[in-house]
Write a protein that binds this ligand. Sequence first.
Ligand code: ATP
Length: 450
Amino acid sequence: MSDDTPRLKRHLLDDDFDEQELNRLENAIKQSEKLQKSLRMYNKAVEDSDDDRDDEFYKQRIQQMKSSIERKEKSQGNMARVVSPNDVSKQQASSSSKQTPALRGVVTGEFDGSRIWVEPKSAPKGEYGVDLPQGLSADDLSVGTEVALNPQNFSILDVLRKRKDPDFDPVSTDKTFGDVGGLDEVIATLRRNVGIQLDTDRREIVKEWGLDLDKSLMLVGPPGTGKTLLVKALANEYDADMFMVNGPQLVEKFIGEGAKKIKRLYDQARSGDRPAIVFIDEIDSIAKKRQENRRHGGEEVERTMSQLLSELDGLDQASEGQHVISIFATNKPSIIDPAIVNRCSAVEVDVPGPEAKEEILQVHTRQFDLADDVDFGALVEEMPETYTGRDIEQICKQAAITAVYADQSLEDIVVRMDDFREALQDLKDGNIGMEKDFLGSEEIHEEIFA
Ligand code: ATP
């Protein structure tokens, strides 16, 4: 601040204004003749004070000045446009410009109830605490969000680019439908109902013809039957981003924040250039029927679910350019709230029958060298009917490990029927594999919502 710029009487302010806010005020005063004038008058009043008026009076004057600064910012904000830092200096050099160029900046600290922290990307560097701008919520301004800043006081003028939410990064996958065994009918249904909405060209026709297709789908089937695998393959085949969350994790990891997370999840999915699939596994944990017994966490689940419903409704009234599909998975459809069920088409992904089991065996042994005696038909006959793709994958893996480990010449190493039989027996005896469900997502869930 130049010597002749009047200073704020900081001693009056105690803790009412923090350092950043004072800097912001002084900076704004420095930039404005009118504010300088009012500060001079205020300073004079303080100096001439005959102590009839207490500090409160002067504090109020400062508050008034602050409001005046805010009004000024607002009117400048309306005129502001966004330019790159290089343009700022060009603009500053050009006195003919009537517009106030904005600075690019980034949110560095979350809204703490009174301030949100920003840092300009060009000089003057430093972190500044500013008010939450009107029309934007703290959710719109998570840390890392790029914003346009008023160069005079660093107030936020606009959001330039929302930060990619690290909690919901898209899943990267190279799975294809070729990696899925025995689910041809399900794949065909997915292609027909979801694929055409993800495929850019077909989506246009669907829109032109006014076809009202379901944007939400429920995959119903026991654990390990390939529901997640299907969605991964679908996303990959149609070049869509896949955002995956696990229901119990959502309520467990982000206690009290489920609804917010759902919003952020869908915001993230909508914000990309590519079509997106939001996949929520074990949806039953956040979409339980109201009458289900949930002593603890009931309200939390309800809030999370209402947010989910409003996201689904938002997608249904899809405006131009929206291309987000929701896919949910569950093995307990009967406990799901009808509000969710009614909004989804359901697709059954059942335990594979004998033929499907054989196909899954083929998928998981594609890269193996197999001995001539391997007979998948016979192996399937020896398997319990309830075995799923996950069990079969484990058997294949275990059989291959046994073969590689066995004392054979490495050159003509092959997986033999006995290796598969041994692996099958081990699985039956509970000696291989850590069933995902062993850790009891259900139990964890029941613990939270018991
Ligand atoms: P959960 O409900 O427990 O999440 P899920 O139905 O989503 O189970 P996945 O996670 O897709 O099952 O599958 C588990 C494993 O089993 C995967 O590694 C997958 O490769 C294999 N698998 C399951 N079904 C099939 C299948 N039909 N074809 C090939 N592999 C399968």
